[in-house]
Design a protein. Structure first.
Lengths: 311, 340
């Protein structure tokens, strides 16, 4: 047996480790502070109403983020409208209906694997599946099948090309696993006694889910959905692959419009050598972070206000 | 699919025999048809099942697209499969003779990832131990949201931070480094260290919060037992709790590393564009993801061999991250300690 360490050594060891912990944790906090301060310091001068209402320009002093801001709103709206029903539906099926078969196990493992796929790879799938539709409608947009006139709000064309719709669907692929996993966790947190109670009263499985389980899980699902959407707003690599414009003066008019998004506009400005554009990028980042903080704040609020103890 | 009770329509439609006249079952409303309800039930569950199958379709989509386009790439005359997997030169865009050897891109990715991991993994684990074992509830409740904010920041912001803050800070060291090894360690505007550090900051919250989850899942009894044997808090956390949570911690590390390997915007902004095999953190490197950005931003005509090469790179990236994810899941399943 090893000789016991003297008490002084052990106390010192304990102390030293506590200090190490404090230093390590503070590094994270200091880094966050430096990051936010440096960006605010660079970008604060850019922030005024013009910055939000003007479109891109080759001259830094005239440039604004109107087009990418609206592009982001369009793309994220499409992403939310497709990813949330699909993701929540999948999670409900897996948690509430599917028997534990080989099939559901494969689906489950597959979802975990999909969550680890780099977002730029989803961009490649989006490029082939949505932008070009596997080449089924010819290799360029001249042979596209069109519905409605290009000026109308309801204009559609196959393939989608580099449009807001293709971008929104691509982002849907990116956040789908996140939505599924967080919804599953929210559903799992609902005590099974609630389900048993509903079943005992004669409710069918779907009536139980719709009337009892889902309402109880809404706070958890909403929190997960909001966090997934905040990922979608900041995502830029897949949109770069599906052909988002980096420089655009106009906002989207229909699902087939060209678009640019906020993170890619920031990327574009940050890439340039001139310092004026870096200030613009910092300004864009401030807006982006403000949107994100609002999202996170809402998620926290929902968690606090709506979550009632269930047992 | 039926509920455990008999459907309401099986009940007698008149006043139940023997029931008091004051209670009429009909006051509950007309019972709905069982068949209609069953049909609706089946339709809903069916459509939910279709939604669940969609995720499988996505996986198949990714695999088919990547495999198909990668095969297309290997059909070009300039390309050989052997060179792709063993070659040490990657210059599809420059030079008279094009070379497609994946190793420079893999090495670049590896260098940046190693820098990020050696910064974020120890720091994240120690912070997680602090949050889970030492911190008071008040400290926790302020630090956790700060970490969540860090986790939600878009990666392009970290790229901007690397370019505008980390790189200039590193360049302040240049006068001291100019005489070392003939100036090989002088930092340029693009370098692996800056991108790696920014990436480390990016994965730090992932490491920290996932490790903390694993640590907190260790039951109290283990800690109490260790304390009862006279362990200090250091003994308890490092020699009992961390080993007990090891599978979760390793899985967190693997997830963070695979996130770093697939990260795009930071390296596209800060790491530069020279595909080379080097271990010098001051050197410019190109990662797999950064190469894809370069191609898809329009440096190569669509359909050409350079353009198709990005699919082969994407396939390599996909396989690497998939293996890491699967390894993480295997470790979680195989080495999880069950205490209940």
């Amino acid at each position: 047996m090893a000789t016991p360490r003297p008490a002084a050594t052990r106390v010192f060891q304990n102390r030293a480790f506590l200090w190490l912990c404090l230093v390590a944790t503070n590094v994270a906090v200091v880094v966050l502070a430096v990051l936010l301060l440096s960006i605010f310091w660079q970008g604060f001068g850019e922030l005024d109403w013009d910055f939000v209402t003007k479109s891109a320009s080759r001259k830094a002093e005239d440039a604004g983020i109107k087009a990418p801001l609206w592009g982001s709103i369009w793309v994220c709206a499409i992403c939310a409208l497709t990813a949330l029903p699909l993701g929540v539906g999948t999670a409900i099926y897996l948690e509430e209906f599917a028997r534990r078969t080989r099939f559901t196990r494969i689906v489950q493992t597959n979802i975990l694997n999909l969550a680890g796929v780099p977002s730029i790879v989803y961009g490649i799938l989006g490029l082939t599946a949505f932008v070009r539709m596997f080449g089924a409608f010819g290799s360029n947009l001249e042979n596209a099948v069109e519905f409605g006139s290009p000026e109308s709000l309801f204009y559609l064309r196959l393939p989608f090309g580099s449009s807001v719709l293709a971008a929104g669907l691509t982002l849907m692929l990116v956040i789908l696993p996140i939505v599924i996993i967080s919804t599953q966790e929210a559903l799992r947190a609902i005590p099974s006694s609630l389900r048993s109670g509903a079943m005992a009263l004669g409710a069918t499985p779907w009536q139980t889910v719709w009337g009892i389980t889902l309402p109880a899980a809404v706070p958890g699902i909403m929190t997960g959905a909001i966090l997934a959407m905040s990922r979608a707003i900041g995502e830029s690599a897949p949109l770069l692959v599906v052909g988002s414009a980096l420089f655009l003066r106009f906002t989207p008019e229909n699902l087939m419009s060209e678009y640019s998004v906020l993170p890619l506009q920031i990327f574009n400005w940050a890439q340039r050598p001139q310092a004026e554009f870096h200030a613009l990028a910092a300004g864009g980042i401030i807006i982006q972070l403000a949107v994100l903080l609002t999202f996170n704040g809402v998620a926290v609020l929902i968690r606090q206000k709506l979550q009632k103890p269930l047992l | 699919m039926n509920g455990p009770l008999q459907p309401a329509s099986d009940l007698p439609s008149g006043p139940a025999r023997g029931a008091s006249a004051a209670f009429d079952l009909r006051s509950l409303g007309r019972p709905r048809s069982v068949r209609g309800r069953d049909l609706r039930e089946r339709l809903i569950v069916g459509s939910l099942a279709v939604a669940a199958t969609f995720s499988i379709a996505v996986t198949f989509g990714i695999v088919i697209v990547l495999a198909n386009e990668t095969l297309g790439f290997f059909r070009f005359d300039e390309v050989s499969v052997t060179e792709f997997f063993t070659g040490t030169e990657w210059n599809p865009l420059l030079g008279a003779e094009k070379h497609f050897g994946i190793w420079p891109l893999v090495a670049g990715t590896l260098l940046v990832t190693v820098i990020a991991a050696s910064f974020a993994l120890p720091l994240g684990l120690v912070s997680a131990i602090y949050l889970s074992e030492y911190a008071s509830p008040r400290v926790r409740s302020t630090l956790k949201p700060a970490l969540e904010i860090l986790a939600g920041i878009p990666t392009v912001v970290y790229g901007f931070f690397a370019l505008m803050v980390i790189t200039p800070a590193l360049q302040k060291l240049n006068p001291a480094l100019a005489d070392v090894a003939g100036g090989a360690f002088v930092f340029g505007n693009y370098n692996a260290l800056s991108a790696g550090l920014a990436m480390g900051i990016m994965i730090l919250p992932i490491v920290c919060s996932l490790s903390e989850d694993a640590l907190r899942a260790v039951p109290r009894g283990l800690r109490d037992g260790a304390f009862a044997l006279g362990g200090t808090r250091f003994d308890v956390s490092v020699k009992v709790v961390v080993p007990a949570a090891l599978s979760g911690i390793v899985a967190a590390f693997l997830l963070a590393i695979s996130r770093a390997i697939g990260e795009t915007m930071i390296v596209a902004l800060a790491a530069g564009g020279v595909a080379q095999i080097t271990a010098n953190p001051a050197a410019e490197v190109q990662t797999m993801t950064a190469y894809m950005v370069q191609i898809f931003l329009g440096d190569a005509p669509a359909g050409g061999v350079e353009y198709k090469s990005s699919y082969a790179v994407a396939a390599t990236l996909f396989v690497i991250t998939l293996l890491l994810t699967m390894l993480g899941q295997y470790i979680l399943r195989r080495f999880r300690e069950e205490y209940d």
